[in-house]
Write a protein that binds this ligand. Structure first.
Ligand code: FE
Length: 187
């Protein structure tokens, strides 16, 4: 693990040691994440590798007590998530390239886009949670290059039971798992 990522994980763990309420996690944890993504010189290539068909989510760090996980999201050109929720708090920090996040809200039992999509540029941080808005769809802002964001969630997010929201309505159970990183072969 790079020193910058290790220092971030230690600082985030110390924040959670104080049993903060969610608003403090999003604010102070968001500031920690901004400090991590403001420089793009620490993410190992094995966790920055796009896949030609689908976006990748590599587990960078899992808190020993399972209180939080840190994931790199790697978008190939034009790739996007389905509309989905998280069920726990999450922080999204843009590291490289750019992405659009479109929020959705339920109105009269129908899921509707809420406002314009938010464009995240390197160093920007956004939050999701059942309190501040939990349903969105994210896509690479670029059709011709890779974008990468670093996500922190209040659980081992790859194992969390959550949902996608198909275009036809309703919701489907969803567990994201993690992508398998491919470390360089030993020589
Ligand atoms: Fe998300």
């Amino acid at each position: 693990m790079s020193a910058r990522l290790r220092d971030f994980a230690i600082a985030f763990g110390r924040l959670l040691d104080t049993h903060p309420k969610e608003s403090r996690i999003l604010e102070e944890g968001g500031a920690l994440l901004r400090g991590l993504v403001v420089r793009d010189d620490w993410l190992p290539d094995a966790f920055a590798k796009p896949h030609p068909e689908r976006y990748q989510q590599y587990l960078l760090h899992l808190d020993a007590a399972g209180r939080f996980s840190v994931v790199s999201f790697v978008w190939g050109p034009g790739q996007a998530t389905p509309v989905h929720d998280h069920t726990v708090w999450g922080l999204i920090g843009m590291l490289r390239g750019a992405e659009y996040s479109q929020a959705y809200r339920e109105r009269d039992g129908q899921l509707m886009a809420e406002g314009a999509p938010v464009r995240l540029e390197p160093g920007h941080v956004e939050a999701v949670s059942p309190t501040v808005g939990d349903v969105h769809r994210v896509r690479n802002a670029y059709d011709d290059r890779v974008s990468i964001s670093i996500h922190v969630y209040g659980a081992d997010i790859g194992k969390v039971q959550r949902h996608t929201y198909p275009p036809g309505g309703g919701r489907k159970p969803f567990v994201s798992g993690y992508s398998r990183s491919q470390p360089s072969l030993p020589i």
